[in-house]
Design a protein around this ligand. Structure first.
Ligand SMILES: Cc1cc2nc3c(=O)[nH]c(=O)nc-3n(C[C@H](O)[C@H](O)[C@H](O)COP(=O)(O)OP(=O)(O)OC[C@H]3O[C@@H](n4cnc5c(N)ncnc54)[C@H](O)[C@@H]3O)c2cc1C
Length: 472
């Protein structure tokens, strides 16, 4: 990479026309050197674009001088996605949140990249509509980041994930060209589906500057239930039986015993701690239909051996039931300060097997491992709680993480259901895709980004790259 000379900095300032949107001092740049995962990498400069033209000109300049460019939303990535691992420019989109337009007739939302996902939820709700993708980070993550990571959430079980709601994009290529993919129509088969290629490409193929998202009518009512199981395998059987009975819950989340204990120690909610699993199930739709379906769900849970089921009678009670799930993350970081949050995903029939493998890994490496997540779609969140200052412990964590990925892939699953590969999972890519699979993706990357300037060091493993979480 060329040194970031004063001339290049001057050109960046002249492109955006405002020196306050080009951050050069170390304290400012430091805020962009980390995300919600691991590692600290200081960018040479941070630029805060507010238009597609600015992004296009920045990309042309960066491409000419071979300067790495890392797009960034709110930096909540759990896989190292926005980290400037090769230095260069961080493109901060958090300030570009001006466009949030709801078109009820076409049932779409048009958004600029820095809009918070929760604001899209709010705007759609005001029209009696819903934007279904609901990552738990909705109120702190941008739609640009969600699109680049193909974010999912609890509602993914019934409604799908981000990619299922994107029908058009405006994208700036690494060479600075501006392209539009898809549009406002639900159907569009003109040429290759570049929209779907960009979604989930983790900021390595193009910079998203606008998106057209599908929205749907908001369901009339919701109902929530908690089912408590003495045996984890029974909870797995309940999940399969509910889904094959023709009922598709909007959400179906699982918490293992370690998560429940952590929550009870953090904020006692009166949950039993001598159990193996808790399922939280939400149904949505017509009030009469969901009342009937809820009775069936309760019946199935009891038939397969649930110790207890509890249906919330009011919105307040429903919120209380969901509170337990929401408290898992803050509760576990009280145990130890470092959280390694994985999202290995398996076919849903393999959830009990995956739980068994995770238990073996916990015992083999003596790590604090808690498991919760989106049970209905097999997307578990094994979280290891550790202290990154303890080198010996972090070495055990590294081995445990490697084995979690092996277990997921051996069970027919995947390294990542929603958090992306970034830097953290790159060393394991070959395990899932094989050499030929990675090679095909490398060729796609090269055709979009011949000089490898856009978010380099992500997704593709470097020769001999290993997961390193410990400090020497
Ligand atoms: C507490 C917590 C809970 C979470 N829960 C979930 C969850 O339920 N589901 C889930 O899927 N994830 C979850 N995440 C992970 C994270 O929030 C998501 O990956 C989110 O989509 C990242 O958005 P962001 O704005 O923070 O993007 P960043 O972290 O800043 O960037 C993420 C990636 O997007 C790229 N990018 C950002 N903007 C653009 C753009 N305009 N054009 C091109 N590329 C771009 C970046 O280069 C990077 O590769 C969670 C994270 C935390 C901390």
């Amino acid at each position: 990479m060329a040194e970031l000379s004063p001339e290049i900095t001057e050109q960046l300032i002249s492109i955006v026309g405002d020196p306050k949107r080009v951050l050069l001092n170390e304290a400012d740049r430091y805020s962009y050197s980390f995300d919600a995962s691991f590692g600290i990498h200081l960018p040479d400069v941070v630029v805060q674009p507010l238009s597609t033209k600015e992004v296009s000109e920045i990309m042309k300049l960066a491409n000419q001088y071979r300067i790495p460019v890392c797009p960034r939303g709110q930096g909540t990535s759990l896989s190292g996605g926005p980290l400037p691992v090769k230095g260069g420019i961080v493109l901060d989109f958090a300030r570009w949140n001006q466009t949030l337009e709801i078109d009820v007739e076409d049932m779409v939302a048009i958004v600029s990249p820095g809009v918070l996902t929760a604001d899209i939820h709010k705007a759609a709700n005001e029209w009696g509509m819903m934007y279904p993708p609901d990552p738990s980070s909705s109120s702190v993550s941008t739609i640009g980041g969600n699109l680049a990571e193909n974010a999912g959430g609890p509602r993914g079980l019934k409604y799908g994930v981000t990619k299922d709601y994107v029908i058009g994009l405006e994208v700036v290529t690494p060479e600075g060209e501006i392209i539009r993919t898809g549009g406002r129509t639900v159907k569009n088969v003109t040429g290759y589906d570049l929209t779907k290629l960009i979604v989930g490409s983790e900021g390595t193929l193009g910079v998203i500057t606008e998106a057209i998202l599908r929205i749907v009518p908001k369901p009339q009512a919701t109902k929530t239930m908690m089912a408590i199981f003495d045996d984890l395998v029974d909870s797995g059987r309940a999940i399969s039986k509910i889904l094959t009975s023709g009922i598709v819950p909007a959400k179906m989340e699982i918490m293992d015993q370690a998560s429940v204990i952590a929550v009870e120690e953090y904020e006692p909610l009166g949950l039993p701690t001598d159990i193996e699993a808790i399922l939280l199930i939400e149904l949505d739709g017509h009030p009469i239909a969901i009342s009937y379906e809820m009775q069936k769900v309760q019946q199935v849970c009891k038939e397969v051996g649930a110790r207890e089921t509890k249906v919330a009678q009011t919105d307040h009670e429903a919120n209380e039931l969901w509170k337990a799930r929401k408290l898992v993350s803050p509760a576990i970081v009280r145990i130890k300060p470092t959280k390694i949050s994985e999202d290995a995903t398996v076919p849903r029939s393999k959830i009990p097997d995956m739980f068994k493998r995770l238990k073996e890994i916990r015992e083999k490496y003596q790590v604090d491992l808690v498991v919760f997540g989106h049970a209905g779609d097999g997307n578990l969140h094994p979280n290891i709680i550790a202290d990154k200052r303890d080198k010996e412990e972090m070495l055990r964590v590294e081995q445990a993480v490697g084995e979690i990925f092996e277990a997921a892939v051996e069970l027919g699953g995947t390294l990542s259901g929603e958090h992306g590969i970034g830097t953290m999972k790159a060393p394991f890519m070959e395990m899932e895709l094989g050499k030929a699979g990675i090679d095909m993706m490398t060729r796609i990357k090269k055709s979009w980004d011949p000089n490898n300037i856009l978010n380099p060091g992500k997704i593709f493993p470097e020769p001999g790259q290993k997961l390193v979480l410990h400090h020497e």
